[in-house]
Design a protein around this ligand. Sequence first.
Ligand code: FE2
Ligand code: FE2
Length: 171
Amino acid sequence: MKISPEQKQELEDIYQSFLHDEKIMRMKEVPMHRGSNCYEHCFKVAKLAIKRALRHKKASLEVVLLASILHDYYLYDWRKDRKLLKHHGKVHPKLAAENAYRDFGVSPTIQNAIKSHMWPLNFKDFPKSKEARILTWADKAICIREALTSKKHKQKSRNRYLAHINKLFDK
Ligand SMILES: [Fe+2]
Ligand SMILES: [Fe+2]
């Protein structure tokens, strides 16, 4: 799909407002795979999801963007509590959707996309919309990349990723 410079700027503005939002920054305290944190992870997913969505004719870019940024907005460290550790995979999408609604008033379409991002683990929560399927795919792709990052290259690639997430569109 072709988008105008104005549309591009609009998406970039939304991305930047979330990137610098104090509530969103709390995700920096939530650790993720291999030294990454929730904040970096979500913006990496958002960038990849938008790239993918631009190849689809009818996907709503704003839905993809917001659902991606907020898909892991659950705000707790599941490694610190055995009970959370056991159920985290299944429970966190619903919590993230609730938090996203509470703090940003996101639409039901966005909430549903967030809720289904762990499919097929949460088998009943099938990603019904095109936007939800894009998010599910992008999240898995980034998780695999993060998991495959060797410890040796961790810091190096983290610095690269930090520069990478500064902007939604690279050029
Ligand atoms: Fe997740
Ligand atoms: Fe994720």
